[in-house]
Design a binder for this molecule. Sequence first.
Ligand SMILES: *[C@@H]1O[C@H](CO)[C@@H](O)[C@H](O)[C@H]1NC(C)=O
Ligand SMILES: *[C@@H]1O[C@H](CO)[C@@H](O)[C@H](O)[C@H]1NC(C)=O
Ligand SMILES: *[C@@H]1O[C@H](CO)[C@@H](O)[C@H](O)[C@H]1NC(C)=O
Ligand SMILES: *[C@@H]1O[C@H](CO)[C@@H](O)[C@H](O)[C@H]1NC(C)=O
Ligand SMILES: *[C@@H]1O[C@H](CO)[C@@H](O)[C@H](O)[C@H]1NC(C)=O
Ligand SMILES: *[C@@H]1O[C@H](CO)[C@@H](O)[C@H](O)[C@H]1NC(C)=O
Ligand SMILES: *[C@@H]1O[C@H](CO)[C@@H](O)[C@H](O)[C@H]1NC(C)=O
Ligand SMILES: *[C@@H]1O[C@H](CO)[C@@H](O)[C@H](O)[C@H]1NC(C)=O
Ligand SMILES: *[C@@H]1O[C@H](CO)[C@@H](O)[C@H](O)[C@H]1NC(C)=O
Length: 646
Amino acid sequence: MNPNRKTHGVLSMMLIWWWLTAVVVADPQINLLNSGCSQYNVSNESTFYASLNATFSDLTAQLNNTNTRFATAQQVTGSAYAMVQCRNYLSTADCLACFTAAIAQIRNCSAANGARVIYDGCFLRYESSSFYDQTTQPGNKGVCENQTASQTPAFSTVVKELLADLQVATPRINGFFGASKKEVVGDDGNTTVYAVAQCAETVSENGCQDCLTVASTNAELCLPGRVGRAIDAGCFLRYSDTPFFADNQTTDISPFLGNGSSSKKKTIIGGVVGGVVGAILIIAFFVWFTILRRRKPVIRGDILGATELRGPVNYKYKDLKSATKNFSEENKLGEGGFGDVYKGTLKNGKIVAVKKLAIGQSSRAKADFESEVKLISNVHHRNMIRLLGCCTKGPELLLVYEYMANSSLDKFLFGERRGSLNWKQRYDIIFGTARGLAYLHEEFHVCIIHRDIKTGNILLDDDFQAKIADFGLARLLPEDQSHLSTRFAGTLGYTAPEYAIHGQLSVKVDIYSFGVVVLEIICGRKSNEVTNDPDGEYLLERAWKLYENDKHEELVDETLDPNEYTAEEVKRIIEIALLCVQSSPGVRPSMSEVVVLLKSKGPLERQPPSKPAYVDSEKKVRGDRSTSTASSTSNATASISQPTGR
Ligand SMILES: *[C@@H]1O[C@H](CO)[C@@H](O)[C@H](O)[C@H]1NC(C)=O
Ligand SMILES: *[C@@H]1O[C@H](CO)[C@@H](O)[C@H](O)[C@H]1NC(C)=O
Ligand SMILES: *[C@@H]1O[C@H](CO)[C@@H](O)[C@H](O)[C@H]1NC(C)=O
Ligand SMILES: *[C@@H]1O[C@H](CO)[C@@H](O)[C@H](O)[C@H]1NC(C)=O
Ligand SMILES: *[C@@H]1O[C@H](CO)[C@@H](O)[C@H](O)[C@H]1NC(C)=O
Ligand SMILES: *[C@@H]1O[C@H](CO)[C@@H](O)[C@H](O)[C@H]1NC(C)=O
Ligand SMILES: *[C@@H]1O[C@H](CO)[C@@H](O)[C@H](O)[C@H]1NC(C)=O
Ligand SMILES: *[C@@H]1O[C@H](CO)[C@@H](O)[C@H](O)[C@H]1NC(C)=O
Ligand SMILES: *[C@@H]1O[C@H](CO)[C@@H](O)[C@H](O)[C@H]1NC(C)=O
């Protein structure tokens, strides 16, 4: 025996071993599985690129940490929400390498307002609105590899068991990541199946479960292929017969399988009726292949949660006409500033609200309409009504919205259902409205000023969550109509003085109206009606007076149960409302500040509110209300501050 040879053999074996390990360990796994760009571009590219760069550096910094494989980031301005996730088995260096590749790839989307890249090793996504809680979305699918290189039926059985176990265990594991392997015992040698499952860390346990349930089904479609994966907005699944993670990265999933571990039972049953199962499996594969082949052309669109990829739906006029029974009176839900709204039942049974717009039909109006619809159909926020689509062909311009069974807030405050909202519901509505407006002003990629915030434009869903309606429409009006018109932009009683008088438009106009709405919600009183007592005060005036005299508790709606709220809460909310209705737009807080203030506990750490614009004790104009507007006072602020009887 030549000792040299032996050494050589050992050395080469070591080399091979090292190489194998190295391949597994130092590989960022930049194998592109899926990518996509939104079809909509941002409106201001320079701010967008700057904010995207800042977001990416933020994410890089977070990932440059041994224990971090998941990060989200968003900029206060510029609106890019981003999420990155590496498979936990990647080293920090590999994770950063994968992320760097993802950044290079995603920049291919230029200024698209949303994009995603999914690699084996990591994924990166950004959108103009938050998507962190998305789990399973249209576009979810399996990504298979070389299905001609198929494995045995026993392999398929084991893959299914392994995926089933991961599906149960992963949502229960802290960090939502599971990596496991399983032996397939075969006549001519054993093989091992390796699999990982992972969810975005921002989803809930149930969300992770839902997503992985869909993902398992999708990945199993790759069987009997050697390699299969499933991609979705909130989770990822991969199996393979070759190792793609290091042995020491395996997770012990057994403690998370709980009582009804299906795999053990399955193995026993599998052993007993293995032959039968095998035969059934083979038949099943044939059936499945046939179904898959046939289904291919109608496979779901490539959406994967990037909802921006979906444009607004163009509805047919005749469909909407029949859905609303020819816009019949009985289907009419209400009359808004921009036109009447009808309840419609589409052919598929879905109930929608159809708005018939009362604006011009010129070709310019139509073009504006289409671009505006495109914009506002991208407004996705839980406190904003979803615009589903529109109809431009036909005698009218129509907008189709999601339907809210509970109708609008004014009905609950002043109308037929007065007194049915408790304190917590009212607080949630205030908070939801504030969040929706903060999104519209500061987070959506275009700053949208609503201009007509009022209780009639705040709809309530089944859970009494606020949904703001009618946003974006004021932009359709010709400039000369966009202020000083009670019919369109702004409703008296809610309109900020600087806008009503000078047409000075800014987000602070909405903030003023929001303050008025908050007072109405707390007091259960309309802002444009005077009290019955001899003083005859308007809501704002009364609120200020009571606040100044520290008697704000008298403001609270008498239908509310006094045990539901504390004096401190009442004071804080009234103070926030009064901050919003201050006369100088500059000192009103921004909507995101309002959200923070609402969340805070205890007394506000802020300059107390100053007097609202019109409260002018020297110059009471209500003596002769019918003619007060222009003539009875030289103080324009005072005169415009209150609506005259309508
Ligand atoms: C978006 O911007 C890219 C490049 O800046 C351009 O090629 C593309 O046409 C734009 N898309 C739309 C819908 O404006
Ligand atoms: C984009 O935003 C920046 C900063 O707000 C501003 O200076 C610039 O004029 C804007 N560009 C366009 C095209 O609106
Ligand atoms: C963003 O980063 C890219 C690549 O590093 C660079 O080319 C680009 O100029 C940056 N853009 C801005 C606005 O900072
Ligand atoms: C990660 O952190 C280390 C030290 O903390 C630093 O040297 C390195 O440049 C960082 N890498 C990246 C990509 O930021
Ligand atoms: C997209 O990005 C990759 C990676 O940077 C690059 O190689 C590729 O050419 C780009 N593709 C397109 C269509 O721009
Ligand atoms: C697929 O697998 C077959 C059989 O193992 C092999 O001959 C073929 O080269 C593979 N194709 C690819 C693209 O890997
Ligand atoms: C395959 O696995 C079984 C059970 O784990 C074991 O008994 C057997 O020796 C293995 N066969 C080979 C060829 O490794
Ligand atoms: C896992 O094993 C590799 C070598 O195979 C080693 O470099 C690494 O440090 C190990 N990781 C842990 C967490 O033990
Ligand atoms: C677990 O199994 C035991 C006995 O099999 C049973 O008594 C117990 O209720 C089970 N627990 C759950 C949570 O299913």
